[in-house]
Every structure is written in structure tokens, then in C-alpha cells.
Design a protein around this ligand. Structure first.
Ligand code: NAD
Ligand code: DAU
Length: 339
């Protein structure tokens, strides 16, 4: 089988390629990635010489480039991880989010229609469901929860999801969608909460917690997400949405305090800053469907996953130090200075 993984130089796509090449040694994986600020070839360095792997630098919005790759490789499965993924950047500048996340999805699915594929899988997010109130711990997102987005990022992902389902109904394209909660683990770009706090704490820099730090996210170790996608593309039912989550809800402030403790850094580094606009309060996934249909359950407990993640950042400083020493500094100043 030949699989095209878009966005494979990013956090989850990169982890997925490492996971997939190990667990399906007869399959061929082609990574199509534009290498935006979030794409990093050093994430793929360990497998660059694997004969079952090929890297292609291209934009998913570039119809000619996408079609010529389909023509050449005749892929069986497409997994679309490629996206603008950071909520704060979408608040600053929504346009590129609509372009990549919606138009890019359209271009990929048009190529799927033209060349024929066994499966198009869209990697989506729990953010399409909006948020849940903090005082209703009994509520969870199911696949039936209405789409109700808060940010330009989540709106663009929801738009793409609707388009994917429309291509299934209108053209019979064999699609699946997974909507996952917050991932953490190796190769996570240091603009996101957990890697940002680890990098700042290691550099004795302030730890910027938005608002009161009481927002809740449902954290899932990235390898568990990769396993879920693997199951869905091989055994999931066409036309279906699968929620993927860890049943591991934590407040931001508790995560940041835990990172301080693990790194033996003082909590006095914590600095409460102006809240994110439209900040979602709580995400919580009900993963009953994927458990009942595909037998999936998260395997990594947060207490172990966060230790593994911190260890990885300690042992791979060159990976993230190179990122934060470049253009990232301008981003950081724009986002956090005087906040
Ligand atoms: P990321 O920002 O780390 O990586 C995105 C990758 O996509 C980068 O390699 C980038 O170069 C590439 N890319 C961006 N625009 C492109 C384009 N136009 N053409 C080709 N490549 C392009 O993102 P991530 O955190 O790995 O997220 C991957 C997917 O999973 C996204 O679709 C995101 O919405 C979804 N998701 C993420 C999380 C999470 O916690 N990170 C949770 C649920 C769902
Ligand atoms: O739920 C899935 C989503 O998780 C994915 O779809 C997104 O692509 C991914 O980026 C992530 O979105 P969040 O907005 O939840 O992740 P982020 O790491 O940006 O923020 C997590 C929480 O931490 C959120 O409540 C905001 C807060 N935060 C974040 C940063 C970067 C801070 O308090 N301080 C920070 O500096």
C-alpha cells in the first residue's frame, strides 16, 4: 500500500510517519509538506534514507503539484494532517487558515476523485465542537455534538470537515474523519502550551499562563493518536467521524505547575497574562464509538507521557533550540511582550 501523509514534517504527522513505518514495514509512505514555519525536516531525519519513505516539498493548495504526485505515485490512502494549527496565530491572521485548511482539503479531495483512492482521511479536532462549561463535568463531546466553533482556526477545520462529508455524500468519496483532543509528545512545536512551558522553564524564562489558567484540555499522548488513525484507515467505516480523546482532563495551571516540579524550577516563574480572545473553557471527548467499533483505548497515562516528553526535550535540545533561535523570536515578541 502507498500512503500520502500531508503535513508530515509537523508534530503529529511526523510522529505518525515514524510510527507507521515501524508498524507497517511493507507499506510505502510519501510525505507531502510545504515546510511552513511549523514544518521541520529534522523531525524526519531518522527516516530520510528509509527506502519506503519519500519526502516531497509542496503546498496542498497547489493543484498542479498535488495532481502530478498522484499521477506518479498512484496512492491508495491519503491522510491529511497539513494545516495551520495554532489558535493564537489564527486570531492574529485568519486568511492563511482558510486557504490551507479549507482550500487545501478541497484540492486534495479533487485529486482523490480524479485518480481514485481507497481512503481519504481527514485529521480534524475536538475544537469543531466549541467548548463545554466548567461547571458541567458530566458533559462530553460525542460525534453527534453540533459543530459550534470559537476561533478562525476551529472554524476553518469545521469548514473542511463539512466539505469532506459533502464529498462523501455527493461524489461517494471514501472518507473518514477523526476529531482528536490536545496531543503532547516529541517534536511538538514550542509555540504550544506544553513544549513552550518546558523550553521557557529550562531557560528560566517566565511561564505565560493565559487568564487564570483554569481552562481545561483533554491531553492525549501523540502515539495513542497515531494508533487511532492507523485503526481508522484500516478498519473504520467509510463516511464516519471518530472522536479520539484521552479521558485526561487537566487545567492549564496544573500542567504548568507539574512541569515546574518535574524540572525542579520555582513556580515563581509563572506569569499570568492577558487571556486569549474567545478562549474555549473546556474540551472533553467521549471516545466510546472508537472504543466499541475499533477497540481503541489510550495506552499512555499522563503521568508517564509527560515524563517521557520532558525527557525527550532534555535529550533533543538542538531540535527545539534551533527553532526558538530563529523567526520564532519575532513571533514570541509579538505575542507575549507587554501582554
Ligand atoms: P503542526 O502545525 O505541528 O504541523 C503542520 C504541518 O503542516 C507542518 O509540517 C507544515 O509545514 C504543514 N503545512 C502547513 N500548511 C501546509 C500546506 N499548505 N501544504 C502542505 N503542508 C502544509 O500541526 P500538528 O499539531 O501536527 O497538527 C496536525 C493536524 O492535526 C492538523 O490538521 C491539526 O488541525 C490537527 N490536530 C492537532 C492537534 C494538536 O493537539 N496538535 C489535536 C487535534 C487535531
Ligand atoms: O484540542 C485540539 C487542539 O489543541 C488542536 O486542534 C490545535 O491544533 C492545538 O494547537 C491545540 O489547541 P489549544 O489552543 O488547546 O492548544 P495550545 O497549546 O495553544 O493551548 C492549550 C491551552 O493553554 C489553552 O487553554 C491556551 C493555554 N495557553 C497556551 C499558550 C501557548 C497558555 O495559557 N499560555 C500559552 O503561552
Amino acid at each position: 500500500m502507498t500512503i500520502i501523509v500531508t503535513g508530515g514534517a509537523g508534530f503529529i504527522g511526523g510522529n505518525f510517519i515514524h510510527y507507521y513505518l515501524k508498524s507497517h514495514q511493507k507499506d510505502r509512505v510519501i510525505c507531502l509538506d510545504k515546510l511552513t514555519y511549523a514544518g521541520n525536516l529534522s523531525t524526519l531525519k531518522p527516516i530520510m534514507n528509509n527506502p519506503n519513505f519519500r519526502f516531497v516539498k509542496a503546498d496542498i493548495c497547489d493543484r498542479v503539484a498535488v495532481e502530478s504526485l498522484f499521477e506518479e505515485e498512484k496512492p491508495d490512502v491519503i491522510i491529511n494532517f497539513a494545516a495551520e494549527s495554532h489558535v493564537d496565530r489564527s486570531i492574529e491572521d485568519p486568511g492563511i487558515f482558510l486557504q490551507t485548511n479549507i482550500i487545501g482539503t478541497e484540492v486534495l479531495m479533487d485529486a482523490c476523485r480524479k485518480y481514485g483512492i481507497q481512503r481519504y482521511h481527514q485529521v480534524s479536532t475536538d475544537e469543531v465542537y466549541g467548548d463545554l462549561p466548567l461547571d458541567r463535568p458530566d458533559l462530553f463531546f460525542t460525534e453527534e455534538t453540533p459543530i459550534h466553533t470559537s476561533s478562525p482556526y476551529s472554524s476553518s477545520k469545521a469548514g473542511a470537515d463539512l466539505l469532506v462529508l459533502a464529498y462523501h455524500r455527493t461524489y461517494g468519496l471514501p472518507v473518514t474523519i477523526s476529531r482528536c483532543s490536545n496531543n503532547y509528545g516529541p517534536y511538538h512545536f514550542p509555540e504550544k502550551l506544553i513544549p513552550l512551558m518546558i523550553a521557557n522553564a529550562l531557560n528560566d524564562k517566565p511561564l505565560p499562563v493565559y487568564g487564570e489558567g483554569i481552562n481545561v484540555r483533554d491531553w492525549l499522548y501523540v502515539e495513542d493518536h497515531c494508533r487511532a488513525i492507523d485503526l481508522i484507515i484500516h478498519k473504520g467505516r467509510v463516511g464516519e467521524v471518530y472522536n479520539v480523546g484521552g479521558h485526561n482532563e487537566m487545567r492549564n495551571i496544573d500542567i504548568v505547575k507539574l512541569i515546574c516540579k518535574e524540572l525542579n524550577k520555582p513556580e515563581s516563574l509563572i506569569s499570568y497574562v492577558t487571556d486569549r480572545k474567545g478562549h474555549d473553557m473546556r474540551y472533553a471527548i467521549d471516545p466510546t464509538k472508537i472504543h466499541n467499533e475499533l477497540g481503541w483505548l489510550p495506552e499512555t497515562k499522563f503521568a508517564d507521557g509527560i515524563k517521557k516528553t520532558i525527557k525527550w526535550y532534555l535529550e533533543n535540545k538542538e531540535w527545539w533550540e534551533e527553532i526558538i533561535s530563529g523567526e520564532y523570536q519575532n513571533y514570541y515578541e509579538r505575542m507575549y511582550d507587554g501582554r
